[in-house]
Design a protein around this ligand. Structure first.
Ligand code: SF4
Length: 500
């Protein structure tokens, strides 16, 4: 059997980093880990080919070559997924669709030949044997959750690694918390399941053996969901890194209670984690309480962010506007918090009711759902009726973005963050880093309208924290993405999409 693994296009959102990637000479942030893990579960006698639309075009001859296409997508990739299914149908190619998009919404993608829900590990064998026998059903549903200790390393050799800025690696699935708006716990459960230390080290070894150096994104939704297990893994990872000459810098996502644990912070710092995304959501405790985000109610958020930063990890923050408890003062509160916390990269989005979440169920009962979510909370498209006047909410959202992504404000936060940042291991520079530096100096330092703020930022970093100059250039490049996207959103904010 010849299988074409198809990954739909990711639209231009905050998370795409589309306007930063050209500085690095890369086309996309990460290869599709889920699809490459599915590939590793397929029989060894099947031929595989990956086409990731984010880095390459799908050609007619790819479609003609294959016997079946496997497609996986997140909600935000829905439009591109539909187009791909249609193209496969036109070419007479059978389609198998899965991933978070079908797991979240049972009724989606009926036009595909086969729709798979749930974690692939629990169902793929049956799908494969039915396809081989020519009797595959329309719908498959995995029973239960996957045993992570049996998940194989992804087939990364299928991806053109040099087209990506970072490599993905998964350690665990699931999160012990219970945030009302979160779909992770619905998809993966509240009991974190993890790979063994041996499995994880084997995957790092695989990346190392393939010649990858630089950034690795540990994609777990909450890396610190099971702290005792992590404290077994991290010392071994630290040792592996030292023996291999520290080839990678690591980035992950974690809940704020990471900051309560000095030992864990030190272990992560030592293992070369230098960036962590934390869902802060709002400075308003009543909103956390109502959303069931109790770990944020307990924490002193500003102090927690500072503690993580002092352990050499840049904090990227997730923020939400549109909670029922939000009043028009929320916009200034968010801006002030983001500034005081010194979080340059702040992903501020509108609250979205994702399918099959507690929030979706509550809002449905209250008759407040307007439409399915597109999975992009920066789209300025409300999918439920907020308590606040929607026009006020959207205007306030626009003001928050305009304020935090004005180049001067952004560079000031970046400067403040660099001055608090604890010791970071010296980054291992690769050729593309030098290229990125040259491109940044030319595009941002000469041609950008914000070049004065850019040079002031680099100059101050050179004088005050020269050890962080490389990171300062990275932050400036990321800033370019946010400045560009924010300007575009400001000019094209679709008021017509506000439905009352
Ligand atoms: S901490 Fe994060 S991953 Fe866990 S339930 Fe809350 S939003 Fe979801």
């Amino acid at each position: 059997m010849k299988v074409l693994l198809l990954y739909p296009e990711i639209p231009d959102t905050f998370w795409s980093f589309r306007h930063a990637l050209p500085f690095l000479g890369r086309r996309s942030a990460y290869p599709p880990l889920g699809l490459l893990t599915v590939s590793a579960l397929l029989p060894s006698h099947w031929n595989r080919k990956l086409v990731d639309l984010n880095v390459e075009k799908l050609r007619h001859k790819d479609l003609a070559w294959a016997d079946v296409a496997f497609l996986s997508a997140m909600l935000v990739q829905g439009p591109s997924l539909s187009q791909l299914i249609a193209r496969c149908r036109e070419a007479g190619l059978r389609t198998v669709v899965g991933g978070p998009i079908t797991s979240a919404d049972a009724s989606s993608y009926e036009e595909a030949d086969h729709v798979v829900r749930g974690e692939a590990e629990g169902i793929i064998e049956e799908v494969v044997s039915d396809l081989e026998a020519g009797k595959a059903r329309h719908r498959y549903e995995a029973a239960g959750r996957a045993d992570m200790t049996r998940v194989p390393p992804p087939d990364l050799h299928l991806a053109r690694l040099r087209r990506y800025s970072s490599m993905p690696l998964q350690y665990s699935r699931g999160c012990p918390f219970s945030c009302e708006f979160c779909d992770v716990i619905e998809l993966f459960g509240r009991t974190p399941r993890a790979k063994t230390a041996e499995q994880v080290l084997r995957e790092f070894e695989q990346l190392y053996g393939m010649g990858w150096r630089g950034s690795v994104f540990v994609v777990d939704d909450n890396f610190v969901g099971n702290k005792p297990a992590l404290k077994v893994l991290l010392p071994r990872l630290d040792e592996w890194m030292r023996v291999h000459g520290n080839p990678f810098s690591l980035f992950t996502q974690a809940s704020i209670n990471l900051a309560e644990d000095d030992e864990l912070l030190s272990l992560m710092q030592s293992a070369r984690f230098n960036r962590v995304f934390v869902g802060i959501e709002t400075p308003v405790k009543e909103s956390h309480r109502a959303a069931g985000k109790l770990q944020n109610v307990k924490a002193d958020l500003l102090e927690s962010v500072r503690r993580i930063q002092e352990h050499g990890m840049e904090v990227m923050g997730g923020f939400i506007l549109g909670f029922d408890q939000d009043t028009p003062e929320i916009f200034e509160k968010q801006i002030a918090f983001i500034k005081e916390a010194a979080i340059p990269v702040s992903m501020v989005g509108l609250l979205t009711a994702l399918p099959n979440t507690r929030l979706w169920r509550r809002l449905s009962e209250e008759g407040r759902i307007l439409r399915q979510s597109m999975g992009d909370n920066t789209a300025a498209l409300l999918n439920f009726i907020p308590r606040m006047n929607p026009e006020v909410l959207l205007a306030g959202y626009r003001n928050v973005l305009a304020s935090i992504y004005s180049p001067t404000e952004y560079f000031e936060r970046a400067q403040a963050m660099l001055s608090r940042l604890g010791a970071m291991p010296k980054p291992r520079l690769v050729f593309s880093d030098y290229l990125a530096l040259c491109r940044s100096l030319i595009r941002q330092g000469i041609f950008a309208r914000y070049r004065v703020a850019y040079w002031r930022f680099l100059g101050k970093t050179f004088l005050r924290t020269p050890g962080h100059l490389g990171l300062a250039v990275t932050l400036a490049i990321m800033g370019h993405h946010f400045f560009t996207l924010t300007r575009r959103m400001e000019s094209g904010f679709p008021q017509r999409d506000v439905v009352f």
